[in-house]
Design a protein around this ligand. Sequence first.
Ligand code: NAD
Ligand code: DAU
Length: 360
Amino acid sequence: MKRILVTGGAGFIGSNFVRYVLTERPGVQVVNLDALTYAGSLESLSGLPGEARHAFVQGDIRDRGLVERLLSERQIDTIVHFAAESHVDRSIAGPEAFIDTNVVGTLRLLEAARAVWLGRGGSAEGKRFHHISTDEVFGSLGPSDAAFHEGTPYAPSSPYAASKAAADHLVRAYAHTYGLPASITNCSNNYGPRQFPEKLIPLMILNALTGKPLPVYGDGAQVRDWIYVVDSCEAVLRVVERGRAGESYNVGGGNQPTNLEIVQQICAVLDARFPDSPYRPYSRLLRFVPDRPGHDRRYAVDFRKIEHELGWRPRFSLDEGLSETIAWYLANPGWLSAIGRRDDYHGWIERNYTKRGADQ
Ligand code: NAD
Ligand code: DAU
């Protein structure tokens, strides 16, 4: 039986990954280490399938002693490292927490794995340190540039992206220098259930539903490569199980709308779903606001390596993924209340949409 330490498993992608692994791999045990920052919530772990195979530990990845104890006492053979500060705007407002968690935190995890797995009497056999990274390490593309591939030089723009790039380099250095069996996935923009509503898609869904302005940065012509979170979790598990140690794999959704198009698509779904809403057409709520400093213009991911080597490709279209996501937020106002957005959204959505509209 595999024993996986998932870090950041109470956050958006981490909690979806824990759910995915427990469902798809009945022989796997998960230890979930999360500090429960503003972005993590135990509510994201409620109703887990195979709950008896999941153990939650509240703690910090920078606590090397704790991580070493978990690795040895729970006989962990696989680490899947999601924990991070993940929001670009927050990194612009205050970069330090990003260095502390994303760089120092990753270093401490690597050191713990080196000590327990490769220390006296240890062996790299059957072990894997998988690091979750981002396409943002590659910087920004021009309109006709080719998509990011695994060999694209790193050119991070934001403090967030720079901290993730630094962590990637550390992971590579540990693989190269100490023979730590490590792999990396560099993934594009995820969206789906349980994403904290500071990121574009959940923010726009919840603001629209409650009649608040929809703030589009700059001209709204920036392009991201959107991937539904279930596809992203499937890619991670594929690399953890079958990817080559020492390698990185790019993961993308193959959808590249502009931000404005995404927001308009969300508005169109809501228009069709709530024909009597006083906010209809929802696009009336759209507002252009000052741009994010240093805003990357375009991301696009070439995922041919994982496709050719491991047979993975995204299965959800943007239409399907967005519909699933909107339906999830409508059906789960309790999650919003648990993450502290009660005043903003919870009661309102429950009164106005969930009870009468979620099943329409
Ligand atoms: P998130 O912000 O939703 O969740 C992060 C989780 O990490 C939270 O549960 C938080 O409590 C936990 N955490 C933070 N600091 C910690 C610490 N010091 N010790 C233990 N736990 C800590 O993030 P997300 O969007 O789910 O992203 C997960 C990972 O995927 C990150 O590494 C991020 O860089 C990467 N990534 C995200 C996206 C995306 O679109 N969201 C895309 C590519 C890569
Ligand atoms: O590319 C992968 C990255 O995607 C991940 O590594 C990050 O963790 C994740 O946060 C995400 O970063 P982005 O900056 O691309 O995501 P965000 O949702 O913050 O913004 C998406 C786009 O929408 C971006 O061009 C900025 C714009 N935007 C965002 C917000 C929150 C707006 O126009 N208005 C907004 O209110």
